[in-house]
Design a binder for this molecule. Sequence first.
Ligand SMILES: C[S@@+](CC[C@H](N)C(=O)[O-])C[C@H]1O[C@@H](n2cnc3c(N)ncnc32)[C@H](O)[C@@H]1O
Length: 231
Amino acid sequence: MGVGHETDENQTAALDWRAGGVPVSARFDDPYFSIADGLAETRHVFLGGNGLPGRFRPGFHIAELGFGTGLNMLAALIAWRQGGQAGPLRFTSFEAFPMAAADIDRALTAFPEAHAVAGPLLTAWRAGARRVESPDLIAEVIVGDARATLPRWPGRADAWFLDGFAPAKNPELWEPALLAEVARRTAPGGSAATYSAAGAVRRALAAAGFAVERRAGFGRKRHMTVASLPA
Ligand SMILES: C[S@@+](CC[C@H](N)C(=O)[O-])C[C@H]1O[C@@H](n2cnc3c(N)ncnc32)[C@H](O)[C@@H]1O
């Protein structure tokens, strides 16, 4: 791969479990989602930050850095269904260290609403597939270091969920060169959102061509970042 850690399809994320059922990455020493309420945080940061569900339209394509438990994808799918959209939501996520299916299953039990719609994801994952297709969702998880896989991706997303672990712990997923690749793979008028308000992240997004805005964060986090490209 040439950059960063070597990854392959057989590398599975090693976890510790915190009280309350929150998985913590042993490699990055960081939780996969908010201990307070991961689903509410996803809705505030990634859906709200990207103007969703309001911007949904047929063929809408979300892309993500860091698939983790799939919670963000499931939150987007729930919003897509509630909005009564015709046809499937398209979702592409980049993940270097896929979690084992049993760990995803266990993590999602903390969010009954998301777990209730996770059947097709869990079935695919248990079979070793990284693609989920149902009448209202076409999802693909591209396994490998995003710094190597994203530059080869021919797609373009309408909205990005930038969800690496904390920049101090997982700087690979916030590198300016990678965020420039994100901008190149964003449709005109498209957007990106992240829970992080780190100055380096904001500057990298601005250097990549995004108009960057700081908004109120979720819970105890004072700020988050949203970014958009001209239409
Ligand atoms: C905070 S978690 C993502 C949580 C996830 N969005 C969810 O809904 O559960 C960050 C993810 O980024 C992944 N990751 C870290 N470095 C990466 C890299 N260089 N390329 C791709 N994925 C990476 C981790 O393995 C982890 O799954």
